[in-house]
Design a protein around this ligand. Structure first.
Ligand code: HEM
Length: 424
């Protein structure tokens, strides 16, 4: 019998999902003569394959360029022994090692058992730039596990700022996972895998999904937030490792417990926007609230996004108002050096509020070596800013991102457990 001819899809070795994307991009390329078709198709294929190394002095997901999708999920630990707590981190490490690498999905089938995988990515698992970043919340350092004395110096419960309306069900947690990838299904695949493995020891407390404009991530331009402003322009540059060691990472010189070396503090704020009001606000007011032009992202009066705001030439705040978000938050002044943050925020969309308004806003995320001089002091300077008329923080918390691990033999938080053993 003659063999059935292979379809183009089969002979190209492409998955259906990639092939569709290639076709879509291919036709866009035909319509845009300036682009080199093959380059784009090659880039597109690379996207799903891209693996981000989970090993290193620091965890991935902090300085990693933003991916398109994210999920933040906080857990309370239900176990009450140190051994079980340790099991959680060893399981998390194993799952992260598995999920962030390309894999052939498990082929073991047993009709009488649940399948080993959710199956939502098919049989060929591609990492899709997945990062899973594990952080600890303040309550984990209470009396339950004897970790009180090992608590990172600045870790505390997030307290309310004047414009906040914090809802308990959206705050805190013992452990926070930040799961990011370039598609929602890759994030959900990882999330379900992890839940399945750790749910005997932890209970989910709150979860929120985030997204960034795909075109900004693909083109490596600054993402635009739901107010329509470029968000991230003045961010501390992640490729400046001396600056990152100075401002973001706990180092051997820090006055923190030694197990913290390589970690960082994470501030997460869930901030609802009043978009109906914002969309009726004149452009001039919108721009004055931020201190930047809406279309270009340039400081007001300047042309380009990366232009210096030249505050020294505007001593009375005639051009960029003293009250603008940018001028209040600005970290350029040398006295505010330690206020430089690594922001890595995502937009969210949750449906409607009880009052029938769009429930959309920002999952503000910042990383800093010192939570007080970083996020807290910056937020204090922002208290009372005109932008507050349009925003209402309702959740989040402060967390400590665990140091990375440098070998497959280690597990996340291993140094914390070693310090605990030594202390007892
Ligand atoms: C509703 C919430 C927020 C929105 C929509 C927002 C948006 C923006 C935008 C559009 C910019 C100007 C572009 C840029 O440099 O990225 C900016 C700058 C900045 N924001 Fe926010 N932000 C929010 C909350 C916060 C919070 C809570 C903090 C910290 C406490 C913060 C800290 C900063 C800093 C440090 C800058 C850089 C200022 C500069 O370099 O000129 N932002 N933000």
């Amino acid at each position: 019998m003659q063999a059935k001819p292979k379809s183009i899809l089969q002979s190209s070795g492409l998955s259906r999902r990639n092939a569709l994307k290639v076709l879509a991009i291919g036709s866009a390329v035909l319509a845009a003569p300036k682009l080199k078709a093959n380059e784009n198709i090659a880039n597109c294929q690379l996207t799903y394959d891209k693996a981000i190394n989970y090993l290193g002095k620091h965890q991935a997901g902090v300085l990693t360029p933003e991916q398109k999708c994210a999920s933040f999920i906080a857990f309370n630990v239900t176990s009450n022994t140190v051994e079980e707590l340790q099991t959680i981190f060893s399981l998390l490490t194993k799952r992260i090692a598995y999920l962030t690498q390309p894999q052939q999905a498990s082929s073991t089938k047993n009709d009488k058992m649940p399948p080993a995988e959710s199956g939502i990515l098919g049989t060929h698992l591609q990492p899709d730039s997945l990062t899973i970043t594990v952080a600890l919340g303040n309550p984990l350092f209470d009396h339950r596990f004897g970790l009180e004395k090992l608590k990172p110096k600045y870790l505390s419960e997030m307290t309310s700022f004047p414009n906040d309306r914090l809802e308990k069900k959206w705050c805190g947690g013992d452990i926070l996972l930040q799961i990011c990838a370039n598609s929602q299904e890759s994030v959900i695949y990882a999330l379900r895998d992890i839940l399945r493995h750790i749910s005997a020891y932890c209970f989910p407390l709150w979860k929120i999904d985030g997204f960034l404009p795909a075109r900004a991530i693909d083109n490596h331009t600054t993402p635009i937030n739901l107010f329509g402003f470029k968000d991230g322009t003045g961010n501390a540059p992640a490729d400046d490792s001396a600056l990152m060691n100075d401002l973001i990472w706990i180092t051997a010189e820090s006055t923190e417990p030694s197990w913290c070396d390589g970690g960082t503090y994470q501030a997460v704020r869930l901030i609802r926007f009043n978009l109906e009001f914002w969309d009726r606000t004149p452009l001039e007011d919108q721009e004055n609230d931020f201190g930047r032009h809406k279309d270009s992202g340039a400081p007001i009066g300047m042309k380009n996004e990366q232009d210096d705001p030249a505050f020294e030439k505007d001593p009375h705040g005639d051009r960029i108002l003293f009250d603008s978000h940018m001028r209040r938050a600005e970290p350029r002044n040398p006295e505010r050096h330690t206020a430089k943050l690594r922001r890595r925020s995502y937009s969210y969309s949750l449906g409607l509020t009880g009052a029938g308004a769009l429930d959309m806003g920002l999952i503000f995320v910042s990383y800093q070596r010192n939570l007080k001089t970083g996020f807290i002091d910056t937020q204090k300077r922002l208290n009372g800013e005109p932008l507050e008329r349009y925003i209402k923080p309702f959740g989040g918390g402060y967390y400590f991102v665990l140091p990375g691990i440098e070998s497959t033999k280690e597990f996340l938080a291993e140094k914390l457990f070693a310090a605990l053993k030594q202390a007892n």
